[in-house]
Each structure stands twice: as C-alpha cells, then as structure tokens.
Design a protein around this ligand. Structure first.
Ligand SMILES: O=c1ccn([C@@H]2O[C@H](COP(=O)(O)O)[C@@H](O)[C@H]2O)c(=O)[nH]1
Length: 232
C-alpha cells in the first residue's frame, strides 16, 4: 500500500472548508476533520466531504470512560467516518471497548490510538510524570493499543520505524510533517514527508503547510513528490 496524504481541515467554518477543498487537487483522497471545525459545525460538516467522495479521518482523540467512548465510536461510524482517533492513555478497558464498538458497526471505521502528541517533546515528559523516553512510551502504548484490538497508532515519524517493525500490520499515522524549510509552529517532533515514508508511515497528516499556503496546490504537489521520492 502506498502511503496516503491526509490534509487536516483546520479551518473555522464550513465556508472556509469549502474554499480550501476547491483550491486543492482531486488527487487528495483523505481529509481530516478535527476539533476546531467539528466544534463549530458538528457532524453536518462531514456531508460535503462524503458528497465529494472523500475518505474521512475524524480526529477527536476520544479519551473518556469505556462506555462513552464506545458509543461515540458507534455514532461516528453512522456518519460514514473511515478512520478515527482515540487516546492510548485511556487504558485497556477503554481501548477494548472502542475496538469492540467499531467491530459491531455495519461499516466498521478503523481506529488509531495516539501515543504521544507530536506537540510534546522529551522535556514535557517530566511535567507529565512519565519516566520513559518518547520511543519507549510509543512502544509501550503501542503494545497496549494494538493488544487491545486497535488498528493502528498516531505517532511522530521519529518513532515510526520501531513501531512498524513491532506492529507490521498496524496503520501508522504521522502528523508533524514539514518540508525542510517549513515553519513548525507549535509542533515539536517534526519530519519531512520522505522521512516519514522511509520510516514506515502509512498515512501522513499535513495541515497548516497546505491549508494556510498561498498556493496550496503547489505545496501539495511538492509534498506528494517528496513522498514519491522516498519510494523510488
Ligand atoms: O500527535 C498529534 C496528533 C494529531 N495532530 C493533528 O494533526 C494536525 C497537524 O497539523 P499541522 O498544521 O500540520 O501541524 C492537526 O490537526 C493536529 O490536531 C497532531 O498534530 N499531532
């Protein structure tokens, strides 16, 4: 499977989302709906993407008691979501409930568990009381999530190689993607598209570098070319 580019639709409302979609090439198959636009527009925001035959990654990073998360997974699946996030730190019972709920759906969405947000670095771990390295944490939470029946992991590209070796069947979704000269903003663990592909990422998430670009189609083409380079 060739790795997929997912564009994160981090825009404030439906009008801005439609403008963004109109400026991007049809070759983009996947879009990510996150907290910003979902809180603004609710599940209705998914319809225009379905109408354009796009695959939907609903990134709400579910983290709650098992029953609440399981019911949210089922409700989202009814809206035609293809991929969703849960937080691995929700624990085994929550992850198992989410995986079971997905399996019970008529069209089961794939679930991916966030290991460590790409906006965190090793320096943040002491504040959180975590005594592992970022890589150790990714592997430990990977064991927990994949062992609980979750389909894949969200991680930075820097942990992807170790995770792809440990979980060769898992989806590996990597945000924090930047071209070499790109502004990293609030991200801390960033990598280029080609590096992410080389490390075994199956899905690369890109938001601001595309959505806020003056020429989003050109930036998309450059990112797609860099991904392809890594495969050749
Ligand atoms: O660890 C994570 C998990 C999710 N994200 C999401 O990905 C995009 C990245 O946006 P950029 O503008 O390319 O930085 C954003 O929607 C995050 O919510 C992440 O960055 N890191």
């Amino acid at each position: 499977m060739n790795p997929a580019l997912i564009v994160a639709l981090d825009v404030p409302n439906l009008t801005e989302m439609e403008k963004t979609l109109d400026r991007l090439p049809d070759s983009i198959e996947w879009y990510k709906v996150g907290l910003e636009i979902f809180c603004a527009e609710g599940p209705a925001i998914l319809s225009p993407l379905k109408q354009r035959n796009k695959k939907i990654f609903l990134d709400l990073k579910l983290h709650d008691i098992p029953r609440t998360v399981a019911n949210a997974v089922k409700t989202a699946a009814n809206h035609g979501v293809n991929l969703m996030t849960v937080h691995a730190i929700g624990g085994r019972a929550m992850l198992e409930a989410a995986a079971q709920a997905a399996r019970e759906c008529d069209v089961p969405p794939k679930l991916v568990a966030v290991t460590t947000l790409t906006s965190l670095s090793q320096d943040d771990f002491s504040d959180l009381g975590i005594n592992r390295t970022v890589s150790e944490q990714a592997l430990a939470l990977g064991d927990l999530a994949i062992g609980s029946g979750i389909d894949g992991l969200v991680t930075s590209a820097h942990e992807a190689e170790a995770l792809s070796q440990r979980f060769p069947e898992a989806l590996l979704v990597t945000p924090g993607i930047r071209m070499p000269d790109g502004d990293i903003g609030d991200q801390k663990r960033v990598a280029t598209p080609s590096f992410a592909v080389q490390q075994g990422a199956t899905h690369l998430v890109v938001g601001r570098p595309i959505v806020q670009a003056e020429q989003p189609a050109n930036v998309t083409a450059a990112i797609q070319a860099d991904m392809k380079n890594a495969l050749s």
